[in-house]
Design a protein around this ligand. Structure first.
Ligand SMILES: NC(=O)c1ccc[n+]([C@@H]2O[C@H](COP(=O)([O-])OP(=O)(O)OC[C@H]3O[C@@H](n4cnc5c(N)ncnc54)[C@H](OP(=O)(O)O)[C@@H]3O)[C@@H](O)[C@H]2O)c1
Length: 243
């Protein structure tokens, strides 16, 4: 039996690779960042909240010195994304993994959603993924190696009241991912969307774990699992729920 299991040793090696986590300064993005660092990757994080980015770099650098960098970057702003690409490539070299985690919604009925809110959600959750691909994919294509992992949602597959713009954006994120996957398959690049239900993502250390909700660590572990699969394997549409 051991011999049989030992045959499957072609798992993708993450050690020494470079990852980006958008929104990596807090909550789910921060936990995913920690898991990638623990896998011996170097990680560049971004977001709009400079204080959160600085505090996360200071905290995680204690355990993972010289492995994490950060820059302020609004993923919906093409100039800032291009600037982030130059910063990351200069500091860490070519990027192997992009985790598009930045995202948010608005709790409003569709017809009562302010136009600015509509634009903000769509620009972050959808245009942000497009801009990251535009900035980082050319090098991945040249290297014929890369993995883009998008944090979508069950709202990418189902309609929920008071979440119209969020559902629209996450459906669009998954559609964009699937189309992109077809475009970059020939270069050996994987594109995947994870579809979690509710996550207790803003939990503080002393908060009680709500066992009905997904924990950040559950999702980070699933992200690592996907990244480490042999590149000949395509996995699609993983759903996660609290249990
Ligand atoms: N929580 C849930 O129940 C749940 C369920 C399914 C899917 N998700 C998805 O999981 C991801 C993380 O969720 P979370 O619960 O950790 O949310 P969160 O605490 O609100 O964090 C959102 C992250 O996105 C970043 N962000 C927002 N707008 C941005 C922009 N324009 N440019 C760059 N970064 C931006 C924020 O960083 P800054 O503040 O620094 O900009 C923050 O790090 C989101 O995509 C969310 O849709 C969450």
């Amino acid at each position: 039996m051991t011999d049989l299991l030992n045959q499957f040793t072609d798992k993708y090696e993450l050690a020494g690779k470079v990852a980006i986590v958008t929104g990596g300064g807090k909550n789910l993005g921060k936990t995913i960042t920690e898991f990638l660092l623990a896998s011996d990757m170097s990680v560049a994080i971004c977001g709009r909240d400079e204080a959160a980015l600085k505090s996360t770099v200071a905290e995680l650098s204690k355990t993972f010195p010289n492995k994490i960098i950060a820059q302020v970057c609004d993923v919906s702003n093409s100039a800032q994304v291009d600037n982030f690409e130059r910063f990351v490539t200069a500091k860490l070299g070519d990027v192997h993994v992009i985790i598009n985690n930045s995202g948010f919604g608005k709790e409003t009925l569709v017809w009562q959603t302010a136009e600015d809110d509509w634009d903000d959600v769509m620009n972050t959750n959808v245009k942000g993924v497009y801009l990251m691909a535009k900035a980082f994919l050319p090098k991945m294509i040249e290297n014929r190696e890369g993995y883009i992992l998008n944090i979508a949602s069950q709202a990418a597959l189902n309609g929920y009241s008071n979440a119209g713009v969020y559902c629209a954006s996450k459906f669009a994120m998954v559609g964009l991912s699937k189309a992109l996957q077809e475009e970059v398959r020939e270069f050996g690049i994987h594109v995947h969307s994870l579809n979690p239900a509710l996550i207790q993502s803003k939990k503080k250390p002393d908060d009680i774990i709500d066992s009905g909700l997904i924990q950040n660590e559950d999702l980070a572990r699933m992200a690592l699992y996907l990244l480490q699969q042999p590149r000949r394997l395509k996995i699609d549409n993983i759903g996660l729920w609290g249990f």
